[in-house]
Design a protein around this ligand. Structure first.
Ligand SMILES: [Zn+2]
Length: 322
């Protein structure tokens, strides 16, 4: 069966308003000869709403139509960028069957694919339920790499939203990044090749037992350096200028300045380098901060790193049992 046959068949079978409610099983039998054609793979750390939206797009349906066709009752309104979609256990099963992805695999990929609370579960074992839930600004997903998304969407869309962890800031293959949820387009990073090198260094660092705490400390320090324009200012300015030159949306997004929107990206190489140095320092207070500072300066590619008494790195080295 060709792809055209399947895409023509699916919407007709999936519109419940005209034909009565169709069970998931009945619907799934419709394109059975073309298993795999509608297989929509999740992106790592994808928002549930984003995934269901991509699935709907692959079937050429609106998200509410897809859910209705799968026998899932939808409450509320939302969009994948600012709102998350919560699915009942039955709805999770229906979506997994529809997507032809095993549910455990989906649960690993989609961090918010948790069941609704018990009070909602008792009556929906057959039909499934979904509801939109608003996300606070700090919880909103970021735009996923457009080429990775297209690749995992049967070429039907390049729009996906992910709750990405710090080590997935940059897509090294396609050289795109989404440093801030306020950006609705990704940032092209080819003009700053050290970002890909930092990505690989970050993944090596993650094997270190102290990687997570070192990362948190390093990011707080490099963020403060950036905000207060301390150390490495020329290097960061060059990066920001290059990024803005090929990403005009950085300077035309009105909710924040390019300086803020690109911050995580601009400080990324030094954050990874500093985290790497902090993770390998001996676990004890550093009476000899001079040696530690020499090591860190070297990792940052600086001849030396003069720090005033209030510098967050000096505070970390002298006052904490690292
Ligand atoms: Zn990619």
């Amino acid at each position: 069966m060709s792809r055209a046959d399947v895409t023509a068949a699916a919407p007709a079978a999936a519109v419940p308003a005209q034909r009565g409610i169709l069970t998931t099983e009945a619907w799934l039998r419709t394109p059975s000869a073309a298993a795999g054609v509608f297989r929509v793979r999740p992106l790592p750390s994808e928002a549930t709403a984003s995934y269901v939206q991509r699935l709907a797009t692959a079937y050429r349906l609106a998200l509410p139509q897809l859910l209705a066709g799968a026998g899932i009752t939808l409450a509320g309104h939302g969009t994948p960028r600012t709102t998350e979609l919560h699915l009942s256990p039955a709805a999770c099963h229906h979506i997994a069957a529809l997507a032809r992805i095993p549910l455990p695999h989906l649960r690993r990929a989609l961090p918010h694919l948790a069941p609704l609370d018990d009070t909602h579960d008792t009556h929906d074992t057959e039909t499934g339920a979904a509801r939109w839930k608003a996300l606070e600004a700090g919880q909103q997903p970021v735009r996923a790499c457009t080429l990775c998304t297209r690749h995992r969407s049967q070429n039907t869309t390049d729009t996906g939203w992910v709750h990405r962890p710090p080590h997935r800031l940059v897509c090294p293959r396609h050289q795109q990044a989404a440093p801030d949820p306020r950006l609705t387009s990704t940032v092209r990073t080819r003009a700053v090749p050290e970002l890909v090198a930092a990505h690989h260094a970050h993944h090596r660092l993650r094997r270190h037992p102290r990687a997570a705490t070192a990362w948190t400390a390093a990011r707080a320090i490099t963020t403060r350096w950036y905000d207060h324009q301390q150390h490495l200012t020329h290097r960061r300015h060059t990066r920001l200028t290059r990024l803005c030159a090929v990403n005009p949306h950085l300077t035309t997004t009105h909710s924040a300045s390019a300086t803020l929107l690109a911050r995580d990206l601009v400080i990324y190489p030094e954050t990874v380098a500093l985290a790497g140095a902090l993770a390998t320092l001996p676990v004890r207070p550093h009476r000899d901060t001079g040696n530690a500072l020499n090591l860190i300066a070297q990792r940052l590619g600086l001849p030396r790193l003069p720090l005033n008494a209030n510098d967050p790195l000096r505070v970390l080295l002298t006052h904490t049992h690292h």
